[in-house]
Structures are given as structure tokens and as C-alpha cells.
Design a protein around this ligand. Structure first.
Ligand code: TYM
Length: 329
């Protein structure tokens, strides 16, 4: 049976192959059999300061990357979070159901706020808004990378809490996390997640990096002093990470990658790795530039938001009624 699927990516930097493997690849897979809602979460992006011109450019860029990566707007609703005002409204309602302690435990908040002199309140209540994103569509499945698992657990708790207090209403969503590639690591440090907001561009491969830059970044990627191409995340986190990337881009299992490169050197493996990544990203980039210059993204986003609003309005009305808000008329 068709399930409802929802997910989103922040327009807060250039998307990386981590976002692609952890999230977008699964969006593309899930769109065929399910009712899908894929957003660009601009309301989340502003939980850290964004320069307005950059935010606008990044927002359109992420939407175009969705399409270039294979999301078909005829099958899935692609839209901007801020074009569906119900997100902000349900976000507030969810904030009032969330406990401070729950938000204080969020590792993403701890990471993003640690050592900062001033931290915006939006960054703290961000998980309540994310819960609203998912619950607004009564999503069954949420394709995300490993780092979003904790936020999704909170979403499930909040849905359960609402149902308990106000009567059965929300679907309890399930995370959809890939087995390989749920946490692609940084190229300069195998213990850190690859992140689009890293100040070191050499630590990630952006989906829009030119082929020569991709080759250079992989050739400079940190590796251990050994020589065996073996999947062992404890003792060889960097090589294991590169093997995961290879497997995901080549459509192979980790075992097949290990067998293929048994007894070979890191240098040759890294060169081949760049090759398989470029083989996917080059056509994606070409499609991306076509979409950007065609100007069709505005229409795609308008259509996606219109469909999303319809369902979002229905859910929000149900929530408000159950919570005891006086109807408008
Ligand atoms: P964001 O924008 O940080 O990341 C978008 C998606 O990419 C995944 N991801 C990764 N996967 C594997 N390896 C990595 N190195 C890597 N880096 C990022 C993330 O897990 C995510 O799936 N809070 C979310 C956005 C959001 C959302 C939602 C997601 C807002 N509302 C509702 C799902 C449902 C975030 O900041 O993702």
C-alpha cells in the first residue's frame, strides 16, 4: 500500500554527497510507490544566521538539485517549507507540547551551540518544528541519515503525547535510514560527519563540485598508514568511509568493493572512486544547470506547495479542534 513519505533538507550550504547518499537517493527510490512530500526547509535554515541573498540562491539551488537527482515533480511534491504557512503554526503548537529537558538532550543542539557565546532560541526549539513538518502530513516514513534519528524519536514521542492527551490523531512515523551510507564521514577526519556547513571545503564533496575538484579532494582525503582496503570502521574509519561512498555510487555491496580492491593500493582506489562519483555527478550537474536556466523551478515549487497546503490545512484544523481552539466561524 502507498505510504506517505516526507523529508527535507536545509538550504544552508552546498549539498554534499552525504546528503545525496543519506537522503536524496532514497527520496528518488521511494517516489515511485508512495505519496511523497520533499521540502527545502528554509524555516530551519534560519535557526543560524543566513545572508538573505545567499538563502534565496541556496533555496532554489536545493530544489533544482532534487529534480536533477531524479525526483520527478509529477510523482512527488517538491516545495519550500515557508510556502506552506501551516509548518510554522503547527511548529508553535508542537513547541508547547515539548519539554525543555527533551530539547536539552538533542545532540545536534549540543554540537551546534557548544562554545558559542550567543545561541538563537530557534536552534533550541528546532526539533519541535521538525516534528510539525512530519506530523502535518501524517507521514508514515521519513527518509533521513543517521544524524536525524534522535529528532525523529522526539517526533514519535510528541505524536504519541498528542494522541494520548487529545485522542488518536497522528500517525507515528518510522525513520527510513540506509544500511550503508547513513553517516558519510568527513574526508579530513574519519570520526566527524561530512557536513555542508564545514569551513573546510576539502572535507566534503559538494554535488556541484567540478570533476577535477572531486578528484583532487579524494586524492587528498585522509587515510591510515596501512595499505589494506578493508571495511573496518573501528580501525580503518577513513578507508571504510571511502568504501561506503564507492559502494553507494557504483551500486555495489561493501563486500564486492572489498573483493575488487583486494591487494590494491589506496592511490588507485581513490582514483577509481573519483571516477564512479563523477560518473553520477556529471550528468546530474548538467541537468541541474538546464533546470536552473529553464526557470521551471518556480512553477514546480508553486504546484508542490499548493498540494502540500491542502493536506497541511486539513491536519492543522484537526489539531486545533482537538486542542480546544475556538473555530474562526
Ligand atoms: P540536513 O539539512 O542537515 O541534512 C539533510 C539530510 O541529509 C542527511 N545527511 C547525511 N546523511 C549521511 N551522511 C552525512 N554526512 C549526512 N549529512 C546529512 C541528513 O540526515 C538529512 O536526512 N533537520 C533536518 C532537516 C529537516 C527534516 C524535516 C528532515 C527538517 N524537517 C522533516 C526530515 C523530516 C536537517 O537538518 O537535515
Amino acid at each position: 500500500m502507498a505510504k506517505k513519505v516526507l523529508s527535507g533538507i536545509q538550504p544552508s550550504g552546498s549539498l554534499t554527497i552525504g546528503n545525496y547518499i543519506g537522503a536524496i537517493k532514497n527520496y528518488v527510490k521511494l517516489q515511485h510507490e508512495n505519496e511523497c512530500y520533499f521540502m527545502v526547509v528554509d524555516l530551519h535554515a534560519i535557526t543560524v544566521p543566513q545572508e538573505p541573498t545567499a538563502l534565496r540562491e541556496q533555496s532554489e539551488s536545493v530544489a533544482a538539485l532534487y529534480i536533477a537527482a531524479g525526483i520527478d515533480p509529477a510523482k512527488a511534491n517538491v516545495f519550500m517549507q515557508s510556502h506552506v504557512p501551516q509548518h510554522a503554526e503547527l511548529g508553535w503548537l508542537m513547541t508547547t507540547l515539548t519539554n525543555m529537558g527533551e530539547l536539552e538532550r538533542m545532540t545536534q543542539f549540543k554540537d551546534k551551540s557548544s562554545g558559542k557565546e550567543s545561541v538563537g532560541a530557534g536552534l533550541f526549539v528546532y526539533p519541535s518544528l521538525m516534528a510539525a513538518d512530519v506530523l502535518l502530513y501524517n507521514a508514515d516514513l521519513v527518509p533521513v541519515g543517521e544524524d536525524q534519528k534522535q529528532h525523529l524519536e522526539l517526533t514519535r514521542d510528541l505524536a504519541g503525547r498528542f494522541n494520548h492527551r487529545f485522542g488518536e490523531f497522528f500517525t507515528i512515523p518510522e525513520p527510513f535510514i540506509p544500511e550503508v551510507g547513513a553517516r558519510i564521514m568527513s574526508l579530513d577526519d574519519g570520526t566527524k560527519k561530512m557536513s555542508k556547513s564545514s569551513p573546510n571545503a576539502g572535507s566534503y564533496i559538494a554535488l556541484l563540485d567540478p570533476p577535477d575538484v572531486i578528484s583532487k579532494k579524494f586524492s587528498r582525503a585522509t587515510t591510515d598508514s596501512g595499505s589494506e582496503i578493508k571495511y573496518d570502521t573501528v580501525n580503518k574509519p577513513e578507508i571504510s568511509n571511502l568504501m561506503s561512498i564507492y559502494a553507494e555510487f557504483a551500486g555495489m555491496t561493501l563486500q564486492q568493493v572489498a573483493d575488487q580492491y583486494e591487494g590494491q593500493r589506496y592511490g588507485g582506489f581513490k582514483k577509481d572512486l573519483a571516477g564512479v562519483v563523477v560518473a553520477t555527478l556529471e550528468p546530474l550537474q548538467q541537468k541541474y544547470h538546464e533546470i536552473r536556466s529553464s526557470g521551471t523551478i518556480t512553477d514546480i515549487l508553486a504546484e508542490g506547495a499548493e498540494k502540500a497546503r491542502f493536506l497541511a490545512a486539513e491536519t492543522l484544523a484537526g489539531v486545533k479542534e482537538r486542542m480546544g481552539f475556538l473555530p474562526f466561524r
